[in-house]
Design a protein around this ligand. Structure first.
Ligand code: CO
Length: 133
């Protein structure tokens, strides 16, 4: 499957408002979109960078994946998302290649978004996200 572009780079931050402020001091972003995914214990801000985005992620619960990441590794790059034409097919294809895929079917989010993650053990140390946007 052909990758279409870098969709976004996810960065784990402790304080979302402070992180947005700091990134806004660096760049004049055209669009900053904020959402909360309560099921995953995370608040997200998407900062548009041309065709790609920076995804700032901060925890809303102590037990979510981002809270755990911050505890173990501190702030920093959390994942790399590649836009693919078909997330379901990308999962199947990665599984056929023997990769450790963390989602057997796409996770569905707001606005018809679909995502699936590949374990860093299969990608030389980077949590990789297949994403349809
Ligand atoms: Co992401």
């Amino acid at each position: 499957m052909k990758p279409e572009r870098i969709s976004h780079i996810g960065i784990a931050v402790r304080d979302l408002e402070k992180a947005i402020q700091d990134y806004q001091a660096l760049f004049d972003f055209d669009c900053i979109e904020q959402t909360e995914v309560s099921s995953e214990g995370v608040k997200v801000a998407m900062l548009k960078v041309g065709e790609s985005e920076i995804e700032l992620l901060s925890p809303t619960s102590e037990t979510g994946a981002i809270a755990k990441f911050l505890k173990e590794r501190g702030e920093g790059i959390h994942h790399l998302a590649i836009k693919v034409p078909d997330v379901f097919e990308a999962i199947r294809s990665a599984e056929r290649a023997g990769m450790i895929v963390l989602d057997r079917t796409p996770r569905r989010g707001a606005n018809g978004s679909e995502a699936a993650f590949v374990h860093p053990k299969s990608t030389h140390g980077v949590l990789l996200e297949f994403y349809n946007r």
